[in-house]
Design a protein around this ligand. Sequence first.
Ligand SMILES: NC(=O)C1=CN([C@@H]2O[C@H](COP(=O)(O)OP(=O)(O)OC[C@H]3O[C@@H](n4cnc5c(N)ncnc54)[C@H](OP(=O)(O)O)[C@@H]3O)[C@@H](O)[C@H]2O)C=CC1
Ligand SMILES: Cc1cn([C@H]2C[C@H](O)[C@@H](COP(=O)(O)OP(=O)(O)O[C@H]3O[C@@H](C)C(=O)[C@@H](O)[C@H]3O)O2)c(=O)[nH]c1=O
Length: 283
Amino acid sequence: MLNILVTGANGQLGSALKNLEQNYSNYTCYFTDKNELDIAKANAIQEFVSENKIQVIINCAAYTNVDKAEDEFNLANEINNIAVENLGIISKKNQLKLIHISTDYVFNGTSEKPYVETDKTNPTNTYGVTKLKGEEALKKINPENTIIIRTSWLYSLYGSNFVKTMLKLGKEKKSIKVVSDQVGSPTNATDLANVILQIIPFIQTKGVEIYHYSNSGVCSWFQFAQEIMKISKSKCKVEPILSKDYKSKATRPNFSILNTEKIQKTFNVEVPEWKIALRNCIQ
Ligand SMILES: NC(=O)C1=CN([C@@H]2O[C@H](COP(=O)(O)OP(=O)(O)OC[C@H]3O[C@@H](n4cnc5c(N)ncnc54)[C@H](OP(=O)(O)O)[C@@H]3O)[C@@H](O)[C@H]2O)C=CC1
Ligand SMILES: Cc1cn([C@H]2C[C@H](O)[C@@H](COP(=O)(O)OP(=O)(O)O[C@H]3O[C@@H](C)C(=O)[C@@H](O)[C@H]3O)O2)c(=O)[nH]c1=O
């Protein structure tokens, strides 16, 4: 039996893990969100770990509102950076496995080829800055058996995400405008959750190791929206626009594609194609 603590469990990834837990009879998962266990409270985490003999932490807790983060650096930093540092310290002290999730937004999006784990980071928005600080804090503590999985454009039928926004707009509007000059790879939260649960027994690292995981294939947000409307049989027309014509507080990278070879080679995991993964979610 493995005792696993999942933080931020009411969010997208946490909910996806909850749905899959039943397939792993050798795992006892403790699903907690802010109300039960605030990751910013180090003492509470340590107590929970000791009381429940936790062996693995999957940190799904995060501040993920990209635009709002521009005005709330301190709050975003507390959750995405300082609390992550605490998790790193606790993992090292208690010799736990730690799986932390990060983002494509740590890159500035000027690359011309899919980002590998060692590529230079340089976030263009506050959310990305705080997530990168979290990564760096973990690397500094460098606990054994800790991995960071960077993912991109995560969606599910839970929480808030681009797919849910498009499904809603698809019912309400005759037409919408969506940016066509930002490209990336969407990721179905269920696919990522499956990968996490599969690889836990095989995580064995001397320090922090970074992996990239997204669904395969590439699209712009515009093409992603078009496909969402198609699968959901919405009549809403999607029109392409340029980022400069879409008003938002935070800037997003133009190129967000992650190279997923390392995680595939290391753990032999599946990477479903994005259109198939999207269909699996919506249908
Ligand atoms: N969403 C995306 O497109 C992407 C996400 N990621 C990363 O993947 C991970 C999972 O993301 P996702 O599931 O979408 O995130 P969500 O925003 O859906 O879920 C995060 C959860 O964490 C909770 N939370 C916030 N603060 C705390 C706290 N102090 N203690 C405990 N729980 C807290 C949130 O509660 P509340 O909602 O009440 O604040 C929410 O339930 C995150 O690390 C994110 O940065 C990476 C790439 C893309
Ligand atoms: C709703 C909407 C968005 N857009 C654009 C804005 C933006 O450039 C892009 C995506 O918008 P969103 O605000 O939904 O996505 P955003 O919150 O930027 O999504 C990001 O979330 C964080 C947590 C991550 O880690 C990233 O990987 C990424 O998934 O689509 C339109 O052009 N038209 C629209 O009607």
